[in-house]
Design a protein around this ligand. Structure first.
Ligand code: SAM
Length: 281
């Protein structure tokens, strides 16, 4: 019988499973279990505590959408802070923008980056760039203590459980606001509106208390719960559509597989049930 990897979704009392060929890496760090498996149909898959973080088959959707959406809005993004994201996929996309001088990656768990560098080099390889500084520490403590300022903060976190919980609090969002430059933008992964509705409503209510402008946009990520995923776009000044840099987009040299100008705009058009969730206080 084929070996299955199964992720259980409590809200629907059902699960997503896929067949695997072999476990390439499996180790418990001080924080979580980190695994990379070779699947039969999704390429290699990174799992943390048994939950899918990325698959080689569709990681481009998440990483392009979390990185390019703010980077095509801010007029001159030079300093980017990524909290979480130790697999390096978000770093890879940020470095495609020449204006970005430095990316600071703060992941609590060095094991995620080490495993990704060894088994997912097409995702993680970018962390070795000399434009990237990797720090392995708690993102909550980092934003509380740093005196640096960033044009873009990207919260590429695990779910709001275990070590990831602190990355979904009002106090953390306040500290993120503080580390952003006067025209900074924060983007965060905001879970699934279809199957994690309560979490989405909480994220929205907390961000709204901190940021003067808050928008959400969506993407279709087949291997995440329900496939319907949301990102928060919290900004001090810029509007995600009015300030979209059309001319810069047209001369952008890197081919992208998911993100494009039409999709940038369309992603902010939300179904009514999602609007209700994010507007609920
Ligand atoms: N794309 C993924 C998703 O939405 O499922 C997230 C991927 S990335 C692997 C998430 C990272 O967040 C993990 O490497 C984890 O170690 C990191 N992380 C969790 N809590 C953290 C914290 N408090 N500070 C910094 N990084 C944290």
């Amino acid at each position: 019988m084929a070996v299955q990897c199964e992720e259980y979704y409590p809200e629907i009392k059902g699960s997503f499973s896929f067949e695997i060929e072999k476990v390439l890496f499996s180790r418990q760090s001080s924080y979580q279990r980190v695994e990379v498996v070779q699947s039969k149909g999704l390429g290699r898959v990174l799992l943390i505590d048994g939950l899918v973080m990325l698959t080689e088959r569709d990681e481009f959707v998440y990483h392009e959408m979390i990185a390019h959406t703010p980077l095509f809005v801010h007029p001159d993004p030079r300093r980017v802070l990524i909290i979480g994201g130790g697999d390096g996929g978000t770093v890879r996309e940020c470095l495609k923008h020449q204006s970005v001088e430095k990316v600071t990656l703060v992941d609590i768990d060095e094991l995620v980056t080490r495993a990704s560098l060894e088994y997912l080099p097409s995702v993680a390889g970018a962390v070795l760039s000399d434009r990237v500084e990797c720090r392995f520490e708690d993102g909550v403590k980092f934003v509380k203590g740093t005196t640096e300022r960033y044009d873009i903060v990207i919260i590429d976190s695990t779910d709001p459980i275990s070590v990831g919980e602190g990355l979904f609090t009002h106090a953390f969002y306040q500290d993120c606001f503080k580390v952003l430059s006067d025209d900074g933008i924060l983007v965060n992964q905001s879970e699934s509106p279809a199957w994690q509705a309560e979490e989405v409503a909480k994220i929205s209510a907390k961000l709204r208390r901190v940021f003067p402008r808050l928008y959400f946009y969506q993407a279709h990520i087949p291997t995440y719960p329900s496939g319907h995923w949301l990102f928060g776009f919290a900004s001090k000044q810029y509007h995600p559509m009015r300030d979209f840099r059309e001319a810069y987009y047209r001369q952008f040299a890197h081919p992208l597989r998911y993100y494009n100008d039409g999709l940038h705009r369309g992603a902010f058009a939300l179904p009514n049930f999602v609007k209700e969730l994010i507007d609920a206080q």
